[in-house]
Design a protein around this ligand. Sequence first.
Ligand code: CO
Length: 134
Amino acid sequence: MIGRLNHVAIVVPDLDAASRVYRDTLGASVSDPVDMPAHGVTTVFVTLPNTKIELLHPLGTESPVQAFLDRNPSGGMHHVCYEVDDILAARDKLVADGARVLGGGEPKIGAHDKPVLFLHPKDFCGTLVEIEQA
Ligand code: CO
């Protein structure tokens, strides 16, 4: 059911410093920061030949990544995102198999203007999983 690895997301305490690490030290192609108020994050996209890295920083007081940053002050890997051909069919299969879909189960528009859903880490080997409509 899952297809390509769309991205790996890393929460960082300092977006400018993280951007410099990826651009200058690792030599990757790095975007400018993009505020995503609906998701409570500011995002920098690192484009690699075969996938992307999303650097995430809290935006606003209700940010879903603030607690993660509080627990991991130097940052850390936050989630992986897999592409699926049909997000509603994927959701229905996951729910039928007993997986927990976060946020009520209705897809939101994600960072790439495509519908996304998040799946409970306890059902997926301790890793928060995002699925994105391909
Ligand atoms: Co993501």
